[in-house]
Design a protein around this ligand. Structure first.
Ligand code: SAH
Ligand code: SF4
Ligand code: F3S
Length: 503
């Protein structure tokens, strides 16, 4: 993951509006069979990893092709979709609270279509249907291609409901009250949960940003780390064709995108249709002419090759940053996690990366309190975190996930201990990040302005080539710098952030 839990798991993605004017035939939604000339609007709420964000962009593109228009407001929307994440209990719980809010919106607007998609939809479809009978659409990440058909079916069911509601209103001679509205269940239209995901609308992407873009290079995961739900929600690993990805990257650079992030749960096991490796793919995209950055995630330590390190070492566009989750510093726990590398292998890899890629920055993911983790095992994690000196780390306490192999490992660590260990790591990482940030004072970096800095309207947030975030005053307060390359001098390092001055 390239973000902290609060950020990524709170990620309400709101789209831009579009100019497509075709109709989706959803006009009966007003319940009176009158022709609704206004365009229907959709709103997508996205949780989870960048792959979910990329999927939401594909869903948005599909809906816009159908004639829908994006809206940033739930209340304005005719269709609200929640794209969910099941990786830990916390993001999953947030989905349910959002669903609770949506039912209130539907009390006001009976024609509202509510859909739930993504990893929780795939994993919890039966529970969703039982607990939230008013949900209209449920579909998993592999069945996004079915969306037009699913929406058409839901449309029909909603139209019927609305006609019934208006008849009931007439019979009663009163306005439709809450009880009457809540009598109606959702349309209950489901995607194919067994779908192999071969028919995804990969060309219909409506990107959130006009300067940074995601390209999903592979889907699914075959690794079955014993704590992880992803192989169950996203299915088996599948790489997209080499030439298709290269063409997408070329088009993005041509149309002015300045940052391309290649996405996969384990990008290092990418297999092109002509036998190409991930290193080959990176090297090819690196050869595209232009001024742009290439990022990628996530790398699995068992598959990160020496050739990849060499490609990065001699790259022109590949950001010198590696996100390399280690999860635990204890080889015994790594075995229980089914990670298939040892502490020694991981350290060896880090040494090679640090010695061959100039000024490389490193980030990682760690889990505390995995079953059977003793104080000694945990101390191995502490020492690894201390040894590598990551620029930042995404730290989680172990969360039991239904259906995963770790559930049958004896020796659960009490929640209190998991949290106490997490807190120790958080403190340690804060000190490490602070030290790194302080040592950067005076350095000059190139980066891209990502937008206005949070909590300050006069400052800009800049992500440097090597993945640090720097806050700096806008040279001209009236100008929009978003998406521009800038040179910034670091003036001060804080716990979480760097302050700088645009040159
Ligand atoms: N494919 C990526 C990670 C995807 S999930 C990889 O292998 O690196 C992102 C992170 O969530 C993981 O790296 C792990 O640290 C964390 N995570 C996954 N399942 C978890 C669980 N059951 N409990 C706590 N953290 C978990
Ligand atoms: Fe989950 Fe492991 Fe696959 Fe990452 S590599 S998605 S942690 S099973
Ligand atoms: Fe979450 Fe699914 Fe991504 S479980 S982390 S949204 S692959």
């Amino acid at each position: 993951m390239n973000d902290n839990e609060e950020n990524i798991y709170n990620n309400e993605n709101i789209g831009n509006s579009n100019s497509n004017s075709s109709s989706n035939g959803n006009d009966s939604n007003n319940g009176d069979n009158a022709v609704n000339k206004a365009k229907l609007k959709f709103h997508i709420i996205t949780f989870g990893c960048q792959m979910n964000v990329a999927d939401s962009e594909m869903i948005a593109g599909t809906l816009m092709k159908m004639g829908y228009e994006k809206t940033g407001s739930k209340a304005e929307a005719d269709l609200v979709l929640i794209n969910t994440c099941a990786v830990r209990a916390k993001p999953e719980a947030k989905v349910y609270s959002h669903l609770g809010d949506l039912v209130k919106l539907r009390d006001i607007k009976p024609s509202l279509m509510i859909g739930i998609c993504g990893c929780v939809a795939q994993k919890e479809r039966e529970n969703i249907i039982k607990q939230f009978p008013y949900v209209d659409l449920v579909f998993g990440p592999q069945s996004i291609g079915e969306l037009p058909r699913l929406i058409a079916l839901a449309d029909k069911a909603i139209a019927k409901k609305l006609i019934k509601l208006s008849q009931m209103k007439k019979q009663d001679g009163v306005k439709s009250d809450l009880k009457m509205k809540r009598k109606f269940k959702g349309a209950r239209v489901y995607g194919d949960f067994e779908s192999s995901g071969d028919n995804l609308p990969e060309k219909d992407v409506s990107r959130e940003s006009d300067f940074k873009a995601y390209i999903t290079i592979m889907r699914g995961c075959n690794n079955f780390c014993s704590y992880c739900v992803v192989p169950y929600t996203r299915g088996r690993e599948k790489s997209r064709p080499f030439d298709v990805i290269v063409k997408e990257a070329e088009e993005l650079v041509r149309s002015g995108y300045k940052e391309i992030t290649l996405l996969g749960q384990n990008v290092n096991s990418y297999h092109g249709d002509g036998g190409e490796t991930f290193a080959d793919l990176l090297e090819r995209i690196d050869s595209i002419e232009g001024h742009f950055y290439i990022r990628f995630m996530t790398s699995h330590p068992k598959d990160l090759s020496e050739r990849l390190i060499d490609v990065m070492a001699f790259a022109r566009h590949i950001a010198p940053h590696v996100h390399l989750p280690f999860q635990s510093g204890s080889t015994r726990i790594l075995e229980l996690m089914n990670r298939r590398y040892s502490r020694e292998h991981y350290i060896d890899l880090i040494e090679k990366i640090k010695s061959r890629i100039k000024n490389v920055t490193l980030t990682t993911d760690v889990i505390t309190g995995f079953p059977q983790e003793t104080e000694d095992d945990f101390n191995d994690t502490v020492s690894l975190l201390n040894y590598v000196k990551y620029d930042s780390a995404f730290l989680f306490f172990y969360s039991e996930r239904e259906g995963t192999a770790a559930l049958s490992i004896d020796g659960a660590v009490p929640l209190k201990t998991r949290l106490a260990r997490l807190e120790r790591l958080v403190q340690l990482q804060m000190e490490i990040t602070f030290d790194i940030n302080r040592s950067m004072k005076g350095e000059i970096h190139e980066g891209i302005v990502e937008g206005i800095a949070p909590k300050s309207e006069k400052e800009l947030s800049i992500r440097t080539y090597d993945n640090h975030v720097v806050i700096a005053k806008a040279p001209d307060g009236t100008k929009n710098y978003t998406g521009e390359f800038v040179k910034v001098k670091i003036t001060q390092g804080f716990n979480f952030v760097l302050k700088g001055e645009i040159l």
